[in-house]
Ligand binder design. Structure first.
Ligand code: ZDP
Length: 395
């Protein structure tokens, strides 16, 4: 966690413009680097900087940072995503819906627009629907153990399956890949699961050498499931698009639901369809703009801060030295109330000299009793004036 006293995002190399988007409460900082000449341009982001940006108290706050970049594999553009912990996953379902909305908002695209997007999980194709939501062709799921990757063997349901011992508790699980790894655990009541405990333990279970996203799911009916999500590298989130796809694929393979179902996540519902003829998974859901922002170059902020510090109390030399060596220049503005608490630092050229002379004349010409009476009368007359004004207003 970053310290509140240092310049925020101090490792940033330049001003950073971003937009915040969210899909079902899964939220991201979106950066547009499509015009970069270097396809590996990352805006100077480092894992540490991503962690700082995603910090909800000391930073902006987000489940991840998403970059739109020049295509690197024959697509129209490339997406990179970084989790809140600074790691880079292959794909992000909610994130790519947010990316589509972001691109449409920036470029003024309308319904029917599709984008061919290169990701570490291959080509993903979102489409803007007439109602403003986004349908994403997520490609076919990975159902072989080494593709997920997991050490669990493929079982009777045609995908990796098995029992995992977690802290003495045994869970019957299935696993599927959507480019990124997912473990899916059907349970009678999702609400009763200690997600903080089992999510954290399953994320790093040795059966998943690249770690895993964790989903507990309850089947309400063959076309309606409810799930809770523990995201690899982000912890409990309100939604997970790739996770909803992996959950539908797993539950359908296990005979628990249809090929098309509504999946309720804490942040809202997604419609998932595992198309029988193409083998691809389609995800429909919302993505919304939250705000645009600019983080100024921290070096400029630090410079401005140090200039302000040069005018702080007791730094007399910083103020008087340039005045002495360059007498032709106007002396820098100073705030006597803060700078001169230990006495006037520029008695020969004090900007408040006139005001101080008037106060001194007032003080020397009156007794203490006089002054107390003067202050009391002033207070009384102001109170009376306020009273008259307020009663005038209400009357
Ligand atoms: O695989 C991972 O490490 C995930 N944390 C990436 C993000 C997945 C996400 N929740 C999604 O919607 O697919 C954003």
């Amino acid at each position: 966690m970053s310290s509140p006293s240092k310049t925020p995002f101090s490792s940033l190399q330049a001003e950073l413009s971003f937009s915040k988007y969210q899909g079902l409460g899964n939220d991201f900082l979106m950066l547009d680097g499509r015009s970069a000449s270097d396809p590996d341009f990352v805006f100077g982001l480092t894992p540490e900087l991503v962690i700082e940006l995603c910090d909800r108290r000391f930073g902006v706050g987000g489940d991840g940072v998403i970059l739109a970049l020049p295509a690197n594999n024959g697509g129209e553009l490339r997406m990179r995503i970084f989790n809140a912990d600074g790691t880079e996953p292959e794909m992000c379902g909610n994130g790519i819906r947010c990316l589509a909305r972001f691109l449409a908002d920036r470029d003024g695209d309308g319904a029917g627009r599709t984008w061919q997007i290169d990701t570490l999980a291959g080509r993903i194709v979102p489409e803007l629907l007439p109602d403003g939501t986004i349908r994403v062709d997520m490609g076919a799921p990975f159902l072989h153990s080494d593709q997920v990757p997991t050490t669990l063997p493929v079982g009777a349901a045609g995908l990796p399956q098995g029992e995992l011992d977690v802290d003495g508790e045994v869970f019957a699980v299935a696993a599927a890949g959507m480019g990124n790894p997912h473990v899916v655990i059907p349970v009678p009541l999702v609400e009763e699961i200690d997600l903080e405990r089992f999510g954290a333990l399953l994320e790093v279970h040795p059966a998943f050498p690249a770690k895993t996203n964790v989903h507990f799911v309850q089947v309400l009916s063959p076309d309606h499931l409810v799930m809770r999500v523990w995201e690899r590298g982000a912890g409990p989130t309100l939604a997970c698009g790739t996770g909803a796809c992996a959950t539908l694929v797993s539950c359908h393979s296990l005979g628990l639901c249809d090929r098309r179902a509504r999946l309720d996540l804490p942040g809202g519902p997604l419609q998932i369809h595992w198309d029988a003829s193409s083998g691809k998974v389609f995800m429909d859901g919302p993505a919304e703009h939250v705000f645009d922002a600019v983080i100024p170059d921290p070096r400029a902020v630090a410079e401005a801060r140090s200039q302000a510090t040069r005018q702080a109390p007791n730094l007399e030399e910083a103020i008087t030295a340039p005045v002495a060596s360059q007498p032709q220049q106007a002396p820098p503005e100073i705030d006597c109330a803060t700078v001169c608490t230990n006495g006037c630092i520029r008695p020969d050229n004090c900007p408040s000299a006139e005001a101080r002379a008037r106060v001194e004349a007032l003080l020397s010409g009156r007794s203490l009793d006089d002054l107390v009476t003067l202050a009391t009368n002033t207070l009384e007359s102001r109170t009376r004036a306020r009273f008259e004004r307020d009663s005038g207003l209400s009357g």
